[in-house]
Write a protein that binds this ligand. Structure first.
Ligand SMILES: CC(=O)SCCNC(=O)CCNC(=O)[C@H](O)C(C)(C)COP(=O)(O)OP(=O)(O)OC[C@H]1O[C@@H](n2cnc3c(N)ncnc32)[C@H](O)[C@@H]1OP(=O)(O)O
Ligand SMILES: N[C@@H](CO)C(=O)O
Length: 174
């Protein structure tokens, strides 16, 4: 993927969503710099600009080095906080007031962070915390608190989140 393909990899899935497009364009530029050593040094001023603009002004914390697959949809985005150890697959959706991160352990250290598969649609006001794996094609309902692994093709709702098979996917077709 060349530089322009890289930075515009989320553009078309955010059609009609100018804010999502802008935040993700800035994110991909920072992500490009942070994952290539030479650009990391050359682009350091840009990385600072990204952090201040996106975190302080858009109130969206997507760390510049987090691993996120292509075609990320970002709706609204405010109060979205993602830890830099999180891994998110391709064709996922994120919304507002959502936290995806680790938890502190009894020994004072921190757990690992969530690993999220492909085609995962995360509703508003969701927390996904700790060493959990969210498999492919999962819907996470608004307000869910997810602290356990989620099998593929599930819908998760509630606190603590409970997974059940997605009603819009026929298991016979999988
Ligand atoms: C400004 C904006 O618009 S921002 C966008 C905000 N919207 C979102 O974030 C959408 C997130 N999507 C949801 O929360 C959806 O309700 C989904 C994906 C969880 C489920 O959708 P559907 O599969 O259509 O489920 P449906 O509406 O038929 O409800 C199924 C059951 O789950 C319950 N349920 C649905 N959503 C939730 C939820 N977020 N939390 C708890 N329970 C829920 C319903 O009450 C129903 O329970 P019942 O079977 O006991 O009657
Ligand atoms: N309704 C769109 C945008 O608000 C969503 O699903 O997030």
């Amino acid at each position: 993927m060349n530089f322009f393909e890289f930075i515009f990899q989320d553009w078309h899935v955010n059609k009609g969503n100018a804010k999502g497009r802008i935040i993700l364009l800035f994110f991909r530029m920072a992500n490009f710099c942070s994952t290539r050593k030479i650009y990391y040094y050359l682009g350091f001023i840009y990385l600072l600009f990204y952090k201040i603009l996106v975190e302080w002004f858009f109130s969206t914390e997507i760390p510049w080095n987090v691993k996120i697959g292509k075609n990320l949809s970002l709706f609204h985005g405010q109060a979205l906080v993602i830890s830099n150890q999180v891994v998110i697959g391709h064709n996922c959706t994120l919304r507002q007031s959502t936290t995806i991160g680790n938890k502190q352990l009894a020994n004072g250290g921190y757990s690992s962070s969530p690993v999220i598969g492909n085609y995962v649609d995360i509703g508003s006001n969701v927390c996904i915390i700790g060493p959990v794996t969210i498999n492919d094609q999962v819907l996470i309902g608004s307000g869910a608190i997810v602290v356990k692994d989620v099998p593929p093709h599930s819908t998760v709702t509630g606190n603590p989140g409970v997974a059940r098979p997605r009603k819009d996917i026929n298991p016979d077709t999988l």
